[in-house]
Design a protein around this ligand. Structure first.
Ligand code: GLN
Length: 190
C-alpha cells in the first residue's frame, strides 16, 4: 500500500479527496511542485475544470515530471477533469493531456452543469463495485478505449471507471459520496 498519497491541488475539489483519504487512514500531501511529486507514492488528480488545471500544470512545469512518474508506475486516479487530463486525447475543446490512458475523453458529453446527475453502476459489476453510486458533474465520456484499458464499471453501458495498469480514471466524482471503494482501489494498486 502506498505510504503517502499526493493530491494535485491546483484547482477543483481536492479537499473532498483529502477528507475521504483521511478516513481511509493514509498520509496525504498536496502536490503543486515537482518536489511534492517526488515525495508521493500515489496521486489523485481531482475533478474541477481541466482547462484551468492544465494551465496550472503548464505554469508549474508539471506535465513532463508527471508523465514520467506515471509511466514509471506511479499509481494515479484521475476523476472527471482528472480523467480528461490523463487521456490520450481530449475532444470538444482540446486541452493538453498527459496521454497515459488510452482513451478519448469527450468533455461535457452529457451537457452543462444543469445536466448533472447521479446514477448507480450497471453491467460489469464484477469488480466489487456493485451498487456504486456515481455523481456526474459536467462529466466527460470515454470513447475509443485501447486494448489495455479495462472497464471496471459502466452506467447505461458507457464506461465510467476504467483502469490501464497503474492508471485509474472515473468520469464521476467518487469523493462526493461516503463510498470509498474507488480510492481503496488506488491504494491497492501500489
Ligand atoms: N467539464 C469539466 C472539464 O471539461 C470537468 C468537470 C468536472 O471535473 N466535474 O474540465
Amino acid at each position: 500500500m502506498p505510504k503517502t498519497i499526493g493530491i494535485l491541488a491546483i484547482q477543483g475539489d481536492f479537499d473532498a479527496h483529502r477528507k475521504l483519504l483521511e478516513r481511509l487512514g493514509v498520509a496525504m500531501r498536496p502536490v503543486l511542485y515537482q518536489r511534492d511529486l517526488d515525495q508521493v507514492d500515489a496521486l489523485v488528480i481531482p475533478g474541477g475544470e481541466s482547462t484551468t488545471i492544465s494551465k496550472g500544470m503548464q505554469r508549474l512545469g508539471l506535465y513532463e515530471p508527471l508523465r514520467q512518474r506515471i509511466e514509471a508506475g506511479l499509481p494515479v486516479l484521475g476523476t472527471c477533469a482528472g480523467a480528461i487530463l490523463l487521456s490520450r486525447e481530449a475532444q470538444n475543446h482540446a486541452v493538453p493531456v498527459l496521454g497515459v490512458l488510452d482513451v478519448t475523453a469527450k468533455r461535457n458529453a452529457y451537457g452543462t452543469q444543469v445536466d448533472s446527475f447521479a446514477a448507480t453502476v450497471n453491467g460489469t459489476a464484477d469488480h466489487g463495485l456493485e451498487g456504486l453510486r456515481c455523481i456526474f458533474i459536467r462529466a466527460p465520456q470515454l470513447e475509443n478505449l485501447g486494448p489495455e484499458v479495462k472497464v471496471l464499471a459502466r452506467v447505461d453501458d458507457r464506461p465510467v471507471f476504467v483502469q490501464q495498469g497503474n492508471v485509474l480514471a472515473t468520469t464521476f466524482h467518487p469523493e462526493l459520496t461516503d463510498d470509498d471503494r474507488v480510492h481503496a482501489r488506488l491504494l491497492s494498486c501500489g
